[in-house]
Design a protein around this ligand. Structure first.
Ligand SMILES: *Cc1c(COP(=O)(O)O)cnc(C)c1O
Length: 353
């Protein structure tokens, strides 16, 4: 975060992959993030219920049906629809407050965003609307289309920021250039122009640049570990496996040919995480995954029923695990916290450490 700060870019930490886990959010703020951003209102409420007072921005354009709640718990939100902004404004007037609006511009990812040529008009409408204040503009890259932003796109965004100010007046506090996929651009020595904010989740949590896959200096790649319990061990012949395989199931179904290995069944499945996003301990291979089971081949003879196996996760596997009701979240040096929306005290086996 220091490296970005020196370049005039502040970090808004994105907590959606940990479902707004308050302790993780606090760690992000302690690490230098200036505020938090969330995609889901339920996660924002979880943060607020845990006493988080920092600015929280909703980065998924709000649902019309949630406008009142959005104004209540978020200082600002990213928006693309004037109908939604009007509802936020009405709610804000009703609550005697002013809600911040950041307009999301389409810059090539083809997910959310106002077309650049429509931005000026939309900005003017926001400026003219009581109950909301135009706080900035933002763009998003590498989500739907998978391409990282170029320096040219970032320069175009700076020009858009100047244009909007020229056209309708207010200084834009926030010009948010994108997400973790912007890090290479931000640290490459390019002029940052008007870009003064990035919304970063993956890079902080996973410790890697999502575009290059390179570890980021000073960050850990193993902040999260998924632990699952073995519920069956033993040999099963490859022939039996092959004859059971249903070719209509497109899931992983790699039949091993190494007879030295033992087959393990683990009490964790696709309902809990993304099997293809797991890194297995050395000497283990993933055979397949179903909704509630993982099948693994191992050459570790010490593993038995009741043994725990530990996995590293990619971002999607983490996101799924953190929101799975049967995964318990244990923080190092603190008591375990159930995942969002769970009843307290339920005993569960797989854990995130
Ligand atoms: C998820 C998301 C981010 C954060 O992306 P990371 O890849 O986790 O850094 C930023 N902005 C928007 C709009 C998002 O949906």
């Amino acid at each position: 975060m220091e490296r970005l700060k020196r370049r005039g870019i502040r970090v808004t930490a994105v907590t959606k992959a940990v479902c707004g886990h308050p302790a993780v959010a606090r760690a992000m703020l302690d690490g230098g993030a200036e505020g938090l951003a969330e995609a889901r209102l339920s996660n924002v409420k979880r943060l607020r219920n845990a006493g988080m007072m920092c600015p929280i921005t909703l980065i998924r354009t709000p649902m019309l049906s949630q406008a009142g709640d959005v104004v209540q718990v978020c200082e600002a939100s990213y928006n693309t629809e004037i109908k939604v902004i009007a509802a936020l404004a009405a709610a804000a007037r009703g609550q005697n407050t002013v809600h911040g609006i950041i307009l999301m511009v389409e810059m090539g990812d083809l997910r959310e965003g106002i077309m650049p040529q429509d931005l000026g008009d939309m900005a003017q409408q926001v400026v003219d609307m009581p109950g909301v204040a135009l706080k900035g503009i933002g763009a998003n890259f590498a989500c739907l289309s998978g391409t990282a932003p170029t320096d040219g796109q970032m320069r175009a965004m700076s020009v858009l920021a100047d244009d909007v100010e020229g056209q309708c007046g207010p200084f834009l506090q926030t010009v948010s250039g994108g997400n973790s996929a912007n890090l290479a651009w931000a640290t490459d020595g390019n002029a940052t122009g008007r870009i003064n904010d990035l919304r970063i989740g993956e890079a902080i949590l996973m410790g890697v640049d999502p575009v290059s896959g390179d570890q980021i200096g000073g960050l850990f790649k193993d902040a999260f570990t998924l632990v699952a319990e073995i519920i069956e061990t033993g040999e099963k012949s490859a022939r039996t496996l092959a004859s059971c395989a249903d070719s209509t199931l497109p899931r992983l179904r790699i039949v091993q040919n190494n007879s030295e290995t033992t087959r393990l069944l683990l009490a964790i499945g696709l309902q809990d995480t993304e099997a293809t996003g797991l890194t297995l301990p050395r000497g283990n291979t993933l055979v397949g995954a179903t909704s509630d089971h993982l099948v693994i081949c191992t050459n570790d003879g010490t593993l038995c029923v009741g043994s725990k196996m530990r996995f590293q996760m990619n971002y999607s596997a983490l996101m799924r695990a953190m929101s799975a009701p049967d995964i318990q979240t244990n923080l190092k040096n603190s008591p375990s916290v159930p995942n969002a929306g769970e009843s307290q005290g339920r005993s569960k086996h797989p854990t995130l450490v």
